[in-house]
Design a protein around this ligand. Sequence first.
Ligand code: PLP
Length: 448
Amino acid sequence: MRSIIEPFRIKVVEPIRITTQAEREEQLRKAHYNLFLIPAEYVLIDLLTDSGTGAMSSDQWAGIMRGDESYAGARSFYRFYDRMQEITGFEHILPTHQGRASERLLFELIGGPDKVVPNNAHFDTTRANIEHSGAKALDLLTEEGQTPSCDAPFKGNLNIEALRALISEVGAERIPAVFITVTCNNIGGQPVSMENLRQARAVCDEFGLPLFLDACRFAENAYFIKMREPGYEDKSVAEIVREMFDLADGATISAKKDGLVNIGGVLLLRDKTLFQNASNQLILTEGYVTYGGLAGRDLEAMAQGFAEVLHEDYLQYRIRSTAYVGEKLLDAGVSIVRPPGGHAIYIDAAAFCPHIPTTEFPGQGLAIELYRHVGIRSCEIGSIMFEGNAPMELVRLAIPRRVYTQSHMDYTCEGIIEVFENRDRIRGVKIIEQPPALRHFTAKFDLV
Ligand SMILES: *Cc1c(COP(=O)(O)O)cnc(C)c1O
């Protein structure tokens, strides 16, 4: 088979600086070995997150110039609205400044003490917004989903039996909505099948519950359905996306992922009263309903981004280029969460550094060494981030959209494999100083 190429050529370039090992060691010391505290200028390949870090197309930049900055009823709003309606079929659509703003608006209205919100796995901001309202956030993954070495096609699926058990345990009246995150970020960008969405819908119908999607990576999820789910191989991604949204009563979306923009979010609702209440909340804290805390030009970029993300040559390249990194690492004997997800590769740091005990944070040790050795910035997803409740010690390589070429990824893999061959050199860390919550962003470390 021929190589799957980047389906674009490059019109604007942003230089990245190749630093020396001595410079990187100095930056690490200055940052107290916390990669969030290193200035981006000193990072060669930045795989910290895929959120808002993508490259916009020439048509999106043209949209930025076309942006209508009228306060109310701007042309750009209607372009955004029409595109979202065309893709999702929803009528009640609010723009927000990012995903968590949509979450806050929604959970202020449907959350509250005594409520329980199930999800396949809540993203951290979703969980935080639910808990902030006084409600409880529950993760209901399947057994497969929690087994990193298992190669199942839809590891993001919601555990339907566990959902039924929850409903009979707490009662439907305490559940304001059932959530499903597509793709499931927390377990490596693993997709959810249409079959699973349909089953969840059937349970929701049986008990009169609304079904919501956390739809940040809806296009990547739809592409996986097309590739992996029987009966969908001949459907277009746009048709699959529409079928996914047709099953839902609402959705929160961060456009910083599959919206292919650097900032933006969306809240979709079927219920008219809920929409009116959310509109009032939006006006109170974000902005008027036709801009939601964004500039008109941002709405133009989103309208175009949401169209481009459905191009199947783009999705083929996107999913293939992530898998390419995963396969290279697996071939070299590096353990990763399998199969490769849509937006990121997760390295099993405990297997990578068997000489570092969990108490000395192998994920952080590995992330530090990847930066020190080759200037790659990754992210610990383990005992530092989850404060001792981590199911696994992982290092995430999140891949920004349309930003790096195959040679950047080859270099990344070569660097990781070099580190793997000299893995006994990797040192653990100890925490010197930490804030009371979300400590991974600002904690200070020292090498053990
Ligand atoms: C990024 C993300 C969010 C939150 O979106 P922000 O734009 O970062 O506020 C919510 N859910 C999932 C699954 C995400 O990946």
